[in-house]
Design a protein around this ligand. Structure first.
Ligand code: NAD
Length: 343
């Protein structure tokens, strides 16, 4: 692995991955392709710019000519993070999510095939499996996405896997649970709540805050993605989970304590449509086949994250918005599927 092209490398997870992979001795160049949408922040790359291995290119993954030119510069591996990633926004902007997350993926896999890329990792999400009331989705579980973001990611996964089966592109897909850590754009629940609570403002939970998510430290996800990049079997999907399962209300309890706030700061609003009750993945395949093991404890990771926002007000204060909820009125949510463990 000599030259790694990272799409979306100025975003939250992509920038952590760039800072990790640039330290690898067998990597001599890291090229970042990022459109710098509202979510892409060049400052996220921080210390990576100290390395002469880094090359940053501002561009759109849907721009076939630009992507082709970049692929001709000789990347041996591609790690594809670039996406529209915020669920709440996707309700009102499904077309844009489909363009970036599906057509952008198509442009990349075609160009990677044309230029003989040796390994392509397509970064995806547990949300493609849809809601599970009980049990955990293995990589063989059916894709039953509900919200427009997850629909676009599932379609992108199929485009990516299709490039393996039809073109023979050596490609893997990763599906991780929700990530947290420093540098996350303050529209996602953890930074949104932390930044507001640190300023003495209120926050709101959907319904009773009962929705369950698995919270994985971003560095654990990046370690898993590197393991897939180096050792993943082409054509395979790897779930990267193993964080902590928490309802949004339980998560809020942690964040209140870390920010010195009380439940008086918390209000409740009607649920959004198809707010999936619970996501859960079985990640034993990545553990057993690749040696993937998350290292971060939730309480340490959340404390470190809150501390980062406390110390970096200049980074997030200009980005704060009043609401992370830009969705139409709620209607009855879809009944969650139940899959037995190991399905
Ligand atoms: P992010 O929104 O923080 O970053 C996305 C990056 O992609 C930004 O830098 C943005 O500028 C760039 N981008 C967007 N559209 C682009 C385009 N057309 N061309 C080039 N660059 C473009 O997202 P994130 O949270 O870092 O997520 C990264 C990837 O991981 C996404 O594919 C997402 O679906 C997936 N994922 C995220 C999570 C999570 O909890 N954040 C969990 C599982 C999977």
């Amino acid at each position: 692995m000599r030259h790694v092209l990272v799409t979306g490398g100025a975003g939250f997870i992509g920038s952590h991955f760039v800072k990790r992979i640039i330290k690898a001795e067998d990597v001599v160049r890291v090229t970042v392709l990022d459109a710098l949408t509202y979510a892409g922040r060049i400052e996220n790359l921080g210390t990576a710019f100290l390395s002469d291995k880094l090359r940053f290119v501002q561009g759109d993954v849907q721009d076939a000519a630009a992507v082709d030119e970049l692929m001709s510069s000789g990347p041996t591996a591609v790690v594809h993070f670039a996406a529209e990633s915020h669920v709440d926004r996707s309700y009102g902007a499904a077309d844009g999510f489909l363009s970036t997350n599906v057509l952008g993926t198509q442009v990349l896999v075609r160009a990677a095939h044309r230029h003989g890329v040796e390994k392509f990792v397509h970064v995806s999400t547990d949300e493609v499996y849809g809601p599970l009331l009980r049990g955990e989705a293995t990589e063989e579980a059916p894709l039953r996405p509900t919200v427009p973001y997850a629909v676009s990611k599932a379609a992108g996964d199929l485009v990516a896997l299709g490039a393996h089966s039809t073109l023979g592109l050596p490609l893997c897909v990763t599906r991780s649970s929700n990530n947290y850590g420093p540098n996350q754009y303050p529209e996602k629940i953890i930074p949104f709540f932390v930044t507001r609570l640190l300023r003495g403002m209120t926050v709101t939970l959907h319904d009773r805050g009962q929705h369950v998510r698995n919270w994985l430290h971003v560095e654990d996800n990046c370690a898993g993605i590197e393991a897939v990049l180096r050792k993943g079997e082409p054509g395979e999907v790897y779930n990267l989970g193993g964080g902590a399962d928490l309802s949004c209300k339980e998560l809020t309890g942690y964040l209140l304590a870390l920010c010195g706030a009380t439940w008086d700061a918390v209000g409740y609003i009607p649920d959004r449509p198809a707010n999936d009750a619970r996501y859960a993945i079985d990640w034993t395949k990545a553990r057993d086949q690749l040696g993937y093991r998350p290292q971060h404890r939730l309480d340490d990771g959340l404390a470190e994250t809150a501390e980062w926002y406390r110390r970096n007000v200049d980074r997030w204060a200009p980005l704060m918005t009043d609401s992370r909820t830009v969705v139409p009125a709620a209607r009855p949510a879809r009944v969650p599927l139940e899959l037995p463990r190991g399905h």
